[in-house]
Design a protein around this ligand. Structure first.
Ligand SMILES: [Fe+2]
Ligand SMILES: [Fe+2]
Length: 157
Protein backbone atom coordinates (compact mmCIF):
# COMPACT_ATOMS: atom_id res chain seq x y z
CA UNK A 1 0.00 0.00 0.00
CA UNK A 2 1.29 3.45 -0.87
CA UNK A 3 2.42 5.54 2.06
CA UNK A 4 -0.05 8.33 2.74
CA UNK A 5 1.29 11.77 1.91
CA UNK A 6 2.71 13.33 5.05
CA UNK A 7 0.76 16.27 6.31
CA UNK A 8 2.02 19.53 7.78
CA UNK A 9 1.28 20.76 11.29
CA UNK A 10 -1.01 23.60 10.19
CA UNK A 11 -3.27 21.31 8.16
CA UNK A 12 -3.32 18.86 11.02
CA UNK A 13 -4.31 21.49 13.59
CA UNK A 14 -6.99 22.86 11.26
CA UNK A 15 -8.45 19.38 10.85
CA UNK A 16 -8.64 18.99 14.62
CA UNK A 17 -10.27 22.40 14.97
CA UNK A 18 -12.98 21.37 12.49
CA UNK A 19 -13.49 18.09 14.35
CA UNK A 20 -14.12 19.95 17.60
CA UNK A 21 -16.60 22.26 15.89
CA UNK A 22 -18.40 19.14 14.69
CA UNK A 23 -18.51 17.79 18.24
CA UNK A 24 -20.07 21.04 19.47
CA UNK A 25 -22.76 20.74 16.79
CA UNK A 26 -23.48 17.18 17.88
CA UNK A 27 -23.76 18.23 21.50
CA UNK A 28 -26.16 21.04 20.65
CA UNK A 29 -28.41 18.64 18.77
CA UNK A 30 -28.11 15.81 21.31
CA UNK A 31 -30.94 14.70 23.58
CA UNK A 32 -30.34 15.31 27.29
CA UNK A 33 -29.37 11.69 27.93
CA UNK A 34 -26.67 11.89 25.25
CA UNK A 35 -25.17 15.18 26.40
CA UNK A 36 -22.77 13.64 28.85
CA UNK A 37 -21.26 11.35 26.23
CA UNK A 38 -20.90 14.24 23.77
CA UNK A 39 -19.29 16.42 26.42
CA UNK A 40 -16.77 13.71 27.28
CA UNK A 41 -15.67 13.64 23.67
CA UNK A 42 -15.24 17.42 23.67
CA UNK A 43 -13.37 17.32 26.98
CA UNK A 44 -10.98 14.73 25.68
CA UNK A 45 -10.48 16.32 22.26
CA UNK A 46 -9.86 19.82 23.61
CA UNK A 47 -7.55 18.86 26.45
CA UNK A 48 -5.54 16.58 24.26
CA UNK A 49 -5.33 19.10 21.44
CA UNK A 50 -4.32 21.98 23.69
CA UNK A 51 -1.70 20.07 25.65
CA UNK A 52 -0.11 18.57 22.59
CA UNK A 53 -0.17 21.97 20.93
CA UNK A 54 1.67 23.53 23.87
CA UNK A 55 4.23 20.75 23.96
CA UNK A 56 5.03 20.62 20.25
CA UNK A 57 3.63 23.62 18.38
CA UNK A 58 4.01 26.43 20.91
CA UNK A 59 7.51 25.21 21.73
CA UNK A 60 8.36 25.63 18.06
CA UNK A 61 6.92 29.18 18.13
CA UNK A 62 9.62 30.00 20.67
CA UNK A 63 12.27 29.64 17.96
CA UNK A 64 11.31 32.83 16.12
CA UNK A 65 10.76 36.36 17.36
CA UNK A 66 7.82 36.82 14.97
CA UNK A 67 5.96 33.85 16.40
CA UNK A 68 7.15 33.93 20.00
CA UNK A 69 5.03 36.96 20.83
CA UNK A 70 1.82 34.94 20.42
CA UNK A 71 2.59 32.27 23.00
CA UNK A 72 1.63 34.08 26.17
CA UNK A 73 -1.90 35.02 25.04
CA UNK A 74 -2.49 31.65 23.44
CA UNK A 75 -1.52 29.80 26.61
CA UNK A 76 -3.79 32.05 28.67
CA UNK A 77 -6.64 31.19 26.31
CA UNK A 78 -5.90 27.48 26.72
CA UNK A 79 -6.05 27.98 30.48
CA UNK A 80 -9.42 29.71 30.18
CA UNK A 81 -10.78 26.81 28.13
CA UNK A 82 -9.37 24.26 30.60
CA UNK A 83 -11.08 26.02 33.52
CA UNK A 84 -14.48 26.03 31.78
CA UNK A 85 -14.04 22.35 30.88
CA UNK A 86 -13.54 21.49 34.56
CA UNK A 87 -16.55 23.60 35.55
CA UNK A 88 -18.75 21.72 33.08
CA UNK A 89 -17.34 18.38 34.18
CA UNK A 90 -18.61 19.11 37.68
CA UNK A 91 -22.16 19.76 36.41
CA UNK A 92 -24.92 17.34 35.47
CA UNK A 93 -26.26 17.63 31.92
CA UNK A 94 -29.69 18.30 33.45
CA UNK A 95 -28.42 21.32 35.44
CA UNK A 96 -29.79 24.58 34.13
CA UNK A 97 -26.27 25.95 33.84
CA UNK A 98 -24.99 23.15 31.65
CA UNK A 99 -25.91 24.52 28.22
CA UNK A 100 -25.02 28.03 29.27
CA UNK A 101 -21.51 26.87 30.16
CA UNK A 102 -21.26 24.92 26.93
CA UNK A 103 -22.01 28.11 25.01
CA UNK A 104 -19.36 29.94 27.02
CA UNK A 105 -16.89 27.19 26.21
CA UNK A 106 -17.77 27.22 22.52
CA UNK A 107 -17.24 30.98 22.32
CA UNK A 108 -13.86 30.79 24.06
CA UNK A 109 -12.76 28.00 21.72
CA UNK A 110 -13.98 29.88 18.64
CA UNK A 111 -12.10 33.03 19.60
CA UNK A 112 -8.93 31.09 20.24
CA UNK A 113 -9.13 29.07 17.03
CA UNK A 114 -9.70 32.24 15.04
CA UNK A 115 -6.57 33.76 16.58
CA UNK A 116 -4.53 30.68 15.78
CA UNK A 117 -5.71 30.26 12.21
CA UNK A 118 -5.75 33.94 11.23
CA UNK A 119 -2.73 35.30 13.03
CA UNK A 120 -0.43 32.64 14.40
CA UNK A 121 -0.54 30.34 11.37
CA UNK A 122 0.29 33.22 9.03
CA UNK A 123 3.29 34.18 11.11
CA UNK A 124 4.37 30.53 11.16
CA UNK A 125 4.15 30.28 7.35
CA UNK A 126 6.54 33.25 7.12
CA UNK A 127 9.13 31.68 9.42
CA UNK A 128 9.09 27.92 9.05
CA UNK A 129 9.98 25.74 6.10
CA UNK A 130 7.70 23.05 4.67
CA UNK A 131 10.13 20.50 6.00
CA UNK A 132 9.87 21.85 9.51
CA UNK A 133 6.06 21.97 9.29
CA UNK A 134 5.93 18.34 8.18
CA UNK A 135 8.29 17.24 10.95
CA UNK A 136 6.18 19.07 13.51
CA UNK A 137 3.10 17.19 12.33
CA UNK A 138 4.82 13.90 13.01
CA UNK A 139 6.02 15.08 16.41
CA UNK A 140 2.49 16.21 17.20
CA UNK A 141 1.01 12.80 16.40
CA UNK A 142 3.60 11.02 18.55
CA UNK A 143 3.22 13.35 21.51
CA UNK A 144 -0.55 13.14 21.31
CA UNK A 145 -0.52 9.35 21.44
CA UNK A 146 1.64 9.52 24.58
CA UNK A 147 -0.64 12.05 26.33
CA UNK A 148 -3.88 10.26 25.49
CA UNK A 149 -3.95 7.85 28.46
CA UNK A 150 -3.47 10.77 30.90
CA UNK A 151 -6.38 12.75 29.50
CA UNK A 152 -8.50 9.60 29.36
CA UNK A 153 -7.78 9.02 33.07
CA UNK A 154 -8.79 12.58 33.98
CA UNK A 155 -12.22 12.01 32.52
CA UNK A 156 -13.03 9.54 35.24
CA UNK A 157 -11.55 11.43 38.21
FE1 LIG B 1 -5.47 24.70 18.14
FE1 LIG C 1 -4.59 26.34 20.81
Amino acid sequence: MAKTKSTDILTLLETEHRQVEQLFQELEKAKVNKRSECFQQIYKALNLHARTEELVFYSALREYEETEEYIEDAEAEHEEVAVILEEIKALKPTDSEFLEKIRELKQAVEDHVEEEENEIFNAVRECMSNKQLTELAEEFQNAKAKLEPDVEAELTT
